[in-house]
Each structure stands twice: as structure tokens, then as C-alpha cells.
Ligand binder design. Structure first.
Ligand code: ZN
Length: 145
């Protein structure tokens, strides 16, 4: 069975992955297509992220999944030097960034191919997609040229 063998592969690599849910299924389906999409409230027009059923501003449950520009800037960040989860031990040090997207939402992720001392607040970044399994594609970032 494909799903159980994938699950075993994840366990072998010991990588914790996002758990699909009713709220984020469309987010991950879009990511698998190479699209970053955010929920946008129909009545008030505000974007939101993480995915959730109701608008935090007006509480409406009416929304669409809008295509993001994929662009943003580093709002803040930290460098993880350890200790960390065993699955990430061989990646130390790595960055965790809060990206302020063009749409105004904050997105927690990682800037790839970027040395810790090179990260700056306000640094322009662009979304990139990393398929980690048949089911999950992660949204990461790269510095804009
Ligand atoms: Zn709203």
C-alpha cells in the first residue's frame, strides 16, 4: 500500500511532516502544483494564513483561495544552533524565518541556500517548493537576485 510505505519512509528518515487537515488540504494541493495560495475573505477582502475556517477579522466563513505573488521580505528570524529534534540535528545550524508576504500575511518557513550571517530583516525573498513526499510539498524561500 502506497500510503503506508510512504509513512514508513518518513519514519525511516525520521522527518516530522505537516499533517493534512480539512483546513489546509487546499493549501497543500496548491503547493504540490507549485502554487502558493492564501485564503482571502470574500466580504472584507483580507488575506489570512495559516488556513482556518473563519476570518479572524469579520468571522465570515466565505473565502476563496487566491494565488500569492510568492514574494515577501524577511520580517524576523532566528538561527537554530541546537539542541533540536533528532531529525534536524544534522542540519544545524538552520534558519527559521517569519516572512511578511506581499499579501500582508506572515509565513513561517526557511530561506534555502543562505548562510546564517547573511539573513537580514527586510531581505526580499521568493517562495520555492520542495516536494518531500507524494503527499506533502513544503513552501520554502530563496533570496531574490
Ligand atoms: Zn473577513
Amino acid at each position: 500500500m502506497a500510503s503506508s510505505s510512504h509513512r514508513e519512509a518518513h519514519l525511516q528518515r525520521n522527518l516530522p511532516l505537516p499533517q493534512p487537515s480539512q483546513d489546509n488540504a487546499e493549501f497543500y494541493a496548491a503547493a504540490a502544483r507549485g502554487e502558493l495560495r492564501f485564503q482571502r475573505c470574500t466580504p472584507c477582502g483580507r488575506f489570512r494564513h495559516y488556513p482556518r475556517p473563519a476570518c479572524p477579522s469579520c468571522l465570515s466563513r466565505n473565502f476563496t483561495w487566491e494565488l500569492s505573488t510568492g514574494r515577501g521580505t524577511v520580517y524576523t528570524w532566528t538561527i537554530v544552533r541546537g539542541p533540536t529534534l533528532p531529525a534536524f540535528q544534522d542540519r544545524l545550524p538552520y534558519n527559521v524565518v517569519d516572512v511578511l508576504m506581499d499579501e500582508g500575511v506572515h509565513f513561517v518557513s526557511e530561506v534555502l541556500d543562505c548562510e546564517p550571517e547573511e539573513i537580514r530583516a527586510g531581505m526580499p525573498v521568493q517562495a520555492t517548493f520542495v516536494a518531500v513526499s507524494d503527499d506533502v510539498t513544503l513552501v520554502k524561500f530563496r533570496r531574490c537576485a
